[in-house]
Ligand binder design. Structure first.
Ligand code: NDP
Ligand code: A1CAB
Length: 264
């Protein structure tokens, strides 16, 4: 039995993915803070909605999917009810395995995960790191849970905040770029719907080429950039406005914010 504690956006996305992957609703339970949210999840997925304490007592795997700021309260609530040998998977940004371990009974295996919203379309990037009591079998269980909804990579926990900044937040940067490109289309007199269609299909085409061609992104970009052509005129402006430096600083800021989150 897998319990998702705090089934909000990410928790629901994982719940739906695990069901798409073939698990039965009876193998899953979820917890929520608001009753109406519980009713919605029960109706949508047919899973049992229970209290955090019931989930802690019953499920063999506990997936903690509350916001980092709510993690301390949740752990304090469930700690007296988590039997040893239960696997605890934490999905929260910034929360270290040490933070979770020190609030739970000694020896509970903890795996830290950073996933992203493309879980919803089985295209997530999930990175996992073991806590001090988690072994190979716990990492395998986490991989079994996450691999049907996307890619899974093992990384040292010291890189988790960087991964949060890169791939956890990553989809937001691409959406932001799409927004900005659509605005540019509007500026150039393009109808909004047409601009959106062109930008989205360009993004999908570029993403599939990046994933499937095996080519380095620099080579793919060079193939688009004709001598004396249009693309280089755009690239000159991107460089002039420091877009690359802005990306480096933005992702570093996201990493730093992740480091702050466990502190509240
Ligand atoms: N959104 C994203 O792209 C990503 C998020 N994450 C991480 O995933 C976690 C969840 O984020 P996200 O899904 O966006 O946030 P949400 O706010 O959508 O989900 C968290 C849910 O937990 C519920 N909750 C809070 N406290 C409790 C409690 N004590 N018992 C039961 N339920 C509780 C909240 O209820 P209520 O609705 O009443 O507040 C909410 O529905 C975060 O830790 C975040 O860092 C990781 C990767 C990507
Ligand atoms: O913005 C956040 O804090 C969360 C973590 C990664 C993506 N969203």
């Amino acid at each position: 039995m897998i319990a998702i504690l705090g089934a909000g956006k990410m928790g629901e996305a994982l719940l739906s993915g695990v069901l798409r992957a073939g698990r039965r609703p009876a193998e899953l339970m979820a917890t929520v803070r608001r009753e109406e949210r519980g009713a919605l999840l029960r109706e949508r997925y047919g899973v049992e909605i229970v209290t955090n304490v019931e989930a802690a007592r019953t499920a063999s795997t506990l997936v903690l999917a509350v916001k980092p700021q709510d993690m301390g309260t949740l752990l304090d609530e469930i700690a007296p009810h988590v039997p040893s040998g239960r696997l605890v998977i934490s999905m929260a940004a910034g929360i270290t395995t040490g933070f979770v371990e020190e609030r739970l009974p000694a020896g509970v295996p903890v795996v830290r995960v950073m996933s992203n919203t493309p879980v919803l379309v089985d295209q997530a990037m999930s990175v996992i790191s073991p806590g001090s009591h988690a072994g190979e079998e716990h990492l395998k269980l986490a991989e079994e849970l996450l691999s049907p909804v996307g890619k899974v990579l093992r990384i040292p926990e010291s890189l988790q905040d960087a991964a949060t900044a890169l791939s956890g937040s990553g989809p937001a940067y691409f959406y932001y770029l799409v927004e900005a490109m659509v605005d540019a289309g509007i500026l150039l007199g393009m109808p909004r719907a047409a601009a959106l269609e062109m930008v989205i299909q360009s993004a999908v085409g570029a993403a599939v080429m990046l994933r499937d061609s095996g080519e380095h992104p620099v080579l793919l970009r060079e193939a688009v950039t004709s001598p004396g052509g249009t693309t280089i005129a755009a690239i000159r402006e991107l460089e002039k406005h420091g877009v690359r430096a802005a990306v480096l600083e933005a992702i570093e800021a996201a990493r730093d914010r992740g480091r702050e989150l466990a502190g509240g």
